[in-house]
Ligand binder design. Structure first.
Ligand SMILES: [Zn+2]
Length: 47
């Protein structure tokens, strides 16, 4: 599966909107998501 970072912008944003409590941020793209498998450089968010 492609990472979220490689998806078309619209599709990626739709997916991100469904995530209300992101746990990971992409260290390269800055995207937020709750599953690190969607990111190319996932980093855990410490709250
Ligand atoms: Zn990325």
């Amino acid at each position: 599966m492609k990472s979220l970072c490689d998806m078309k912008k619209k599709k990626a944003e739709a997916l991100i909107k469904s995530v209300s409590h992101p746990k990971f941020i992409c260290g390269k793209c800055g995207r937020l998501i709750d599953k690190k498998k969607y990111l190319c450089k996932p980093k855990k968010i410490d709250e």
